[in-house]
Design a protein around this ligand. Structure first.
Ligand code: PEP
Ligand code: MG
Length: 312
């Protein structure tokens, strides 16, 4: 997404009738964190910690991790930052967490699944995150990737709390997790929908393959229906539902997501001003109508058109 030249945004992220939405950035480095501050992000909705270690041959020790995380967190003192624990595997291999040869790495031992076999790596990372949170003054939560069941979510939240991190959530990026959103939300403080992987898994279409880009289109009504189910669970249980996949970076789709019950949007920093300012265009009821129109569409092109007809 290119930042629109001269885009003006006063930093208030709310619908026209005053329903607040968090507009956050996705970061993976200190440079990204600075870019997020410059773009006016209200915090970080996804810190991809594995990006710090793509070149590491061995597991970094707790004090090395603590310093690296504190550097990224410090610009956000007083603001919320969601730190995702290592999401190793498939498109983001880490040499110190190699699962061995697998025929289908995207369906293999990746994300939180690595931690069931090697919980010490997770516990050391959580210890480093808790310490970096105290060092930086940021309002830190932790979030697990590739969670499939409520039992996994509970396992993660217990470990996070034992390590001294008060707020624990999980990503919803496996279809089973979206379908279990009420049970998962009982176990954690919040969820954030990873639309990149959720699309890949719900359509059985590799997200890296350009030939399957249409199936991975975040406007696919089947994907929107899963997001709708998660949004409803969040409203029922009064818990926060976010989106941190690329879908959040499209100002039109971002407003549809708000209509589906999403309360925080996290995206590449360049998209923050355009999404932040677009939210003020209409009241929440209009975003709900746009969402209903998109949900009822026959395909992604129709869904986009239907939402645009309501919003533009
Ligand atoms: C996602 O899957 O949508 C996501 C935000 O995580 P990543 O792109 O790092 O897999
Ligand atoms: Mg993902």
């Amino acid at each position: 997404v290119d930042r629109v030249a001269g885009e003006e945004w006063d930093g208030t992220a709310a619908t026209a009738d005053g329903h607040a939405v968090k507009v956050l950035a996705n970061v993976g480095s200190v440079t990204d964190a600075q870019g997020a501050v410059e773009a006016g992000a209200q915090g970080v909705g996804l810190f991809r910690t594995e990006f710090c270690y793509l070149a590491a041959a061995e597991e970094p020790d707790v004090s090395t991790q603590r310093r690296a995380y504190a550097e990224v967190l410090t610009p956000f003192a007083g603001q919320p930052v969601v730190v995702r624990t290592l999401d190793a595997g498939a498109d983001k291999p880490l040499s110190f967490l190699e699962p061995g040869t697998e025929p289908n790495p995207a369906l293999g031992v990746r994300g939180l699944r690595v931690s069931f076999e090697q919980p010490g790596v997770l516990d050391r990372q959580l210890e480093a995150i808790a310490a970096a949170a105290a060092d930086s003054g940021a309002e830190v939560s932790v979030m697990a990737p590739m969670v499939a069941t409520a039992a996994e979510a509970r396992w993660f939240a217990e470990r996070a709390r034992a390590a001294g991190v008060d707020r624990a959530g999980v990503m919803i990026e496996v279809p089973a997790a979206a379908l279990s959103a009420p049970e998962i939300l009982e176990a954690v403080d919040f969820v954030s929908i990873g639309t990149n992987d959720l699309a890949q898994y719900v359509f059985a279409a590799d997200r890296m393959l350009g030939a399957l880009a249409e199936l991975n289109d975040p406007w696919q009504p089947a994907l929107l229906r899963l997001i709708d189910a998660v949004g409803r669970a969040g409203r029922d249980l009064d818990k926060s539902v976010g989106v941190c996949g690329e879908a959040a970076a499209d100002p039109l789709l971002a407003r549809v997501l708000v209509g589906l019950g999403v309360g925080s949007l996290s995206m590449v920093a360049a998209a923050v001003p355009a999404v932040g300012s677009a939210l003020a265009g209409h009241p929440l009821s209009t975003y709900r109508r746009a969402a209903e129109a998109a949900l009822a569409a026959a395909g992604p092109v129709d869904a986009r058109r239907a939402a645009r007809a309501v919003l533009e």
